[in-house]
Design a protein around this ligand. Structure first.
Ligand code: SF4
Ligand code: SF4
Length: 119
């Protein structure tokens, strides 16, 4: 069982990427970056955003970790949504996702995956 925390671009989630249906679909079908769980059960432990530009991901993940402890909803892996990848590619997202991934892994000891669906 893998418990997943998804972090999305605050500018895109539910504004251009409505209802996060793409990620739900990809997770159900184990497509995109979720293909790695094809033989595993998965559960969404939480779903948050970067909080808006310039992207306060670290403090938000810290808050998620605290709440996860409080509600017994700890997560194993953090997915930085495809929306965050697109924000860097098509707009002026100030986040460097490779650096962010390293920072999150170092600080929280969690696996971090860049991306989610590939639609
Ligand atoms: S890429 Fe995924 S997490 Fe990001 S807004 Fe779209 S469906 Fe939601
Ligand atoms: S563009 Fe980057 S920093 Fe701004 S809301 Fe989206 S992911 Fe967050």
């Amino acid at each position: 069982m893998k418990r997943i925390l998804i972090v999305a671009c605050n500018n895109i989630r539910d504004k251009h990427c409505i209802a996060c249906m793409k990620c739900f679909k990809a997770l159900d079908r184990r497509e995109g970056e979720f293909a790695r769980y094809k033989d595993e059960e998965v559960e969404i432990a939480g779903w948050t955003t970067c909080g808006g530009c310039p992207g306060m991901v670290v403090p938000r993940v810290l808050l998620c970790k605290e709440l996860a402890g409080l509600y017994e909803r700890d997560f194993d892996v953090i997915h930085l949504g495809t929306c965050m990848v697109k924000a860097g590619a098509v707009s002026k997202c100030p986040l460097n996702l490779e650096e962010l991934k390293q920072k999150l892994e170092d600080l929280f000891g969690k696996e971090v995956v860049i991306g989610t669906h590939n639609y």
